[in-house]
Design a protein around this ligand. Structure first.
Ligand SMILES: [Zn+2]
Length: 143
């Protein structure tokens, strides 16, 4: 899998009970193997036990306005139940990129609503990776 829309880095962690970042370098290659991340994600509950197993949703439910991107249906969704998701926190652009606002929330919530839009490279790459990882939902701190 090649990412060509955003800069990419290699983060190296210890494979210990409490993972610790031990190296951070620009990624020179144009190849990335999502299988490596899939393996780490599947090992996580075994290595970290209850710390990494989702807890039941509190009676108050999800926070109001909590939205995810469904990479399968390519739209913004609000789930009533707790679903597994990956997260993207990133350095926001100059403000000219697509933003979720009251005026476009209905459009972006329709299936396929994100498909033909010009998303920032970081978001487009994160959605691709999410799909490659076999995950359906991604939380993005700003879209
Ligand atoms: Zn874990």
């Amino acid at each position: 899998m090649a990412f060509d829309r955003s800069p990419h880095f290699c983060l190296q962690y210890t494979m210990t009970r409490t993972p610790r970042l031990i190296n951070f370098t620009p990624w020179d290659g144009d190849y990335f193997n999502p299988q490596t991340i899939r393996e780490i994600l599947s090992a996580c509950p075994k290595l970290h036990g209850s710390r990494c197993i989702p807890k039941p949703l509190p009676a108050t439910g999800l926070p109001p306005g909590f939205r995810l991107v469904d990479v399968k249906t390519q739209n913004i969704v609000q789930k009533q139940e707790l679903v597994r998701y990956v997260a993207l926190s990133y350095m926001w652009g100059d403000g000219n990129e697509l933003k979720l606002e009251w005026k476009n929330v209905e459009l972006l919530s329709k299936p396929g609503g994100l498909r033909d839009l010009r998303l920032s490279g970081v978001i487009a790459d994160a959605m691709s990776l999410c799909e490659e990882l076999g995950e359906r939902y991604i939380w993005i701190d700003r879209i």
